[in-house]
Design a protein around this ligand. Structure first.
Ligand SMILES: [Zn+2]
Length: 139
């Protein structure tokens, strides 16, 4: 089984560090975090990498993504670097966002005022949904 990133900081620089309970243990060279292979759900890992980068591209800051996904901003910074993600800098398009469940999401879109004059995207976030909204001509 191949590990790609430290689950704590997202670094791909780690060394083998003994066997614990029949599982290979690794030590991250960057943050000194210890982890073993089964701690990393590859699927969940990919999911959060994708979500993080998606939110980053939507204009959210590292700290905001950290707050929403519960992933260290250091991990996100490492992924942005690793996948060479670039976004055009434009502070006037900073989006606002809401976390809604399926019912709330339905209600939100029933009210035309909520989406008037704004761009909105919806992305899945665990068992809820995240709605990201730009109000381009706000000021
Ligand atoms: Zn690490």
């Amino acid at each position: 089984m191949k590990i790609e990133l430290c689950p704590n900081c997202g670094s791909d620089s780690y060394i083998k560090s003994g066997i614990v309970n029949n599982r290979q243990r690794y030590k991250c060279k960057k943050c000194n975090y210890f982890f073993s292979v089964n701690k990393i759900g590859k699927k969940i890992d990919d999911y959060y990498v994708n979500k993080s980068l998606q939110l980053y591209l939507e204009g959210l800051t590292y700290r905001e993504i950290e707050r929403i996904l519960g992933i260290s901003h250091v991990s996100i910074m490492n992924w942005v670097k690793k996948y060479n993600i670039k976004r055009p800098y434009n502070s006037t398009y900073h989006p606002t966002y809401k976390i809604l469940n399926a019912d709330e999401l339905g209600n939100y879109f029933q009210n035309a005022e909520n989406v008037k004059g704004a761009g909105v995207i919806v992305t899945e976030l665990g068992d809820k949904f995240m709605l990201i909204k730009w109000e381009r001509f706000k000021d």
